[in-house]
Design a protein around this ligand. Structure first.
Ligand code: AMP
Length: 582
């Protein structure tokens, strides 16, 4: 495998991408044909009467649009050990656990070798484009990645998060090496049993190899910010370890200790240098390039629910460019960032037409369904990959080589243009994340904008919003929005009252504003939670089998997410009610 990977030729990858995207329509037909042929014996497809037809029209006529719930009975049989061809021709041998941060519990989705291959294709494509703009030398990368536990289901299947399945694949390391991503941390750190110990050692390894580090990143921006916030607490301890050449006693995992012992040597001079660099920084601005002078960029998914972390990330990154990674999910990859110089706020992703069959439900259709969330639109009519229109928003439907057929992913994207004949997508939001009480509809994006506006008021007190989420509280009449904030320091009552009013005023959706005016919706409530509350939510998610690499703070906590609501409410230290509409 390594031999093949060593031949990875970046110009060839770009050439291939150009050729495929020039002919996106036929590539899509071919991709669908292959998926349907390879899986023709699957019970799911057999029951739908395709009878060997593989063209898009027959496919759309016979195969219904589904959501995860529709597939659960099939997936459950597989999990329980039924090895017959249920969703795929070849039996499924592994499952991915999607982050499930929205619904409160992870979902199982099938994983197979074909998904591994598409992952490589997407990584290679974006790396080829990235390396054109930001060439890196043959050094190391500091990638804050963490593998969750892999478990075996009662039917004998391996299950872990998609990133875990990927990292644990024996082909992964050699493949990544070929795209110049040699991690500074040993496997024992990446696969460590405890996230906190892994994080500490990721940082320590980064410091040990700091001159060699070519880029700093993680799967999602949240984990990068989280890592450097932790660095602010632990830097003196890290320096002490380098000075003495002895790992702090807080790391107790024997395999991590053994691996780190091989890397650590006493180096008082280096420790002094790092120490003085940290002391010399003003409020940690530019920390990343200061520590890693040869890093070319900071890399990770930075769009969508990661946007709220950009401000802090930029602060740590100083003048280093922030490059958003690709767009995909546990259900399969979708699109690559081929314009790495574009700032994350404006970034778009070009769909790879050979990695799945993609359809798009125009959002305009969904909005016609009065009063119901978009996911429950009665009879959506998706269009094909090359039929989408610039400027329109769509919900994505994917058909992948691992047993998902016409699967509504639940993401809303906007088409911003085309690269050859494949669309470039801007991630807009999760379609299901909606704050709604009656006639109001506020999305994840609306919430983010409101929080951004109110955070500016908070900045007057030199305090930042560390993380946030929301809830619709119907326990009192009328119902009202609750916004939970964890903040970085002490803010005055006066400023927080202003923040609360600003949040309320910043939801500009006409339904919300009019319902507020007539008190069909009550006064917005801001609940400030104790420091570390969002860390507790993360820990809870890890207990459920999630991985930090895939963690996304749930931006709206539904009633089903009992434990998260409990964590939030147990940690409220102050609360404010808006007077903006009094
Ligand atoms: P998971 O299955 O847990 O990996 O989560 C996948 C979800 O993460 C997607 O459906 C998106 O909502 C979100 N996501 C993945 N990549 C991006 C991206 N580049 N920009 C914004 N959101 C993303």
């Amino acid at each position: 495998m390594l031999e093949k990977e060593e031949q990875f030729d970046m110009e060839k990858v770009i050439e291939n991408f150009e050729a495929l995207t020039k002919d996106a329509e036929s590539v899509q037909k071919e991709t669908l044909r292959k998926i349907l042929e390879d899986n023709a014996s699957a019970e799911y497809l057999q029951n739908l009467g395709l009878s060997g037809r593989t063209d898009p029209d027959s496919f759309k006529a016979c195969v219904p649009l589904v959501i995860h719930k529709d597939l659960e009975p099939y997936i459950q049989r597989t999990i329980d050990g039924d090895a017959s061809s249920i969703l795929t021709g070849k039996p499924i041998t592994a499952m991915s656990l999607s982050s499930g941060t929205t619904q409160g519990k992870p979902k199982f989705v099938p994983w197979n070798d074909e998904l591994f291959d598409t992952t490589l294709q997407i990584y290679q494509t974006s790396f080829a484009f990235r390396n054109r703009q930001f060439p890196i030398e043959n050094g190391k990368v500091l990638n804050f990645i963490y593998s969750s536990k892999q478990c075996t289901t009662k039917g004998g299947l391996i299950a872990g998060t998609a990133t875990t399945n990927l990292f644990r694949d024996p082909r992964y390391k050699s493949s990544m090496k070929a795209i110049q991503s040699q991690y500074s941390s040993p496997d024992e750190v990446i696969f460590g049993s405890d996230f906190h110990q892994s994080l500490y050692c990721h940082l320590l390894c980064g410091l040990i190899f700091r001159e060699e580090i070519q880029w700093v990143g993680s799967t999602f921006a949240h984990s990068i910010v989280h890592a450097f916030r932790f660095f602010e607490q632990a830097w003196e301890e890290l320096c002490a370890d380098i000075r003495e050449g002895v790992l702090t006693s807080r790391i107790v995992d024997p395999s991590i200790r053994a691996a780190m012992a091989k890397l650590l040597k006493p180096d008082p001079q280096e420790a002094d240098l790092i120490y003085s660099k940290c002391v010399g920084l003003s409020n940690w601005y530019g920390l990343i390039p200061e520590l890693f002078p040869n890093a070319k960029y900071v890399y990770g998914i930075m769009t969508g629910s990661m946007e709220p972390y950009l401000k802090k990330l930029r602060h740590y990154a100083g003048k280093l460019p922030l490059v958003t990674a690709d767009y995909g999910s546990s259900e399969g990859w979708i699109a690559a960032n081929i314009n790495p110089k574009v700032p994350p706020e404006c970034a778009t992703y070009a769909v790879l037409p050979q990695i799945g069959y993609f359809e798009f439900i125009p959002l305009t259709q969904m909005e016609k369904t009065e009063g119901e969330p978009a996911m429950f639109c009665k009879d959506p009519q998706p269009v094909g990959l090359t039929e989408v229109k610039v400027g329109e928003e769509y919900e994505i439907v994917i058909t992948n080589p691992a047993g998902l057929y016409r699967y509504r992913l639940g993401d809303v994207v906007k088409v911003t243009g085309f690269h050859n004949s494949t669309p470039e997508l801007k991630f807009v939001r999760r379609s299901s994340l909606l704050l709604t009480i009656n006639i109001d509809k506020n999305t994840e994006k609306d919430l983010q904008l409101a929080v951004e506006a109110a955070a500016k008021v908070l900045a007057d007190d030199k305090v930042e919003v560390v993380d946030f989420t929301s809830q619709v509280d119907l326990s009192t009449e009328p119902g009202h929005y609750v916004i939970f904030w964890e903040i970085s320091g002490e803010a005055s009552e006066q400023v927080l009252t202003q923040c609360c009013n600003c949040l309320d005023k910043s939801f500009v959706d006409a339904g919300y504003v009019s319902a507020r005016k007539v008190r069909w919706i009550g006064d917005l409530e801001l609940r400030v939670v104790r420091k570390g509350t969002f860390q507790k939510i993360l820990d809870h998610f890890l207990e459920l089998g999630g991985a930090v690499s895939q963690f996304k703070t749930p931006r709206c906590v539904g009633p089903a997410n009992v434990r998260v609501l409990q964590i939030l409410n147990e940690n409220v230290v102050e609360n404010y009610r808006s007077t903006a509409f009094n």
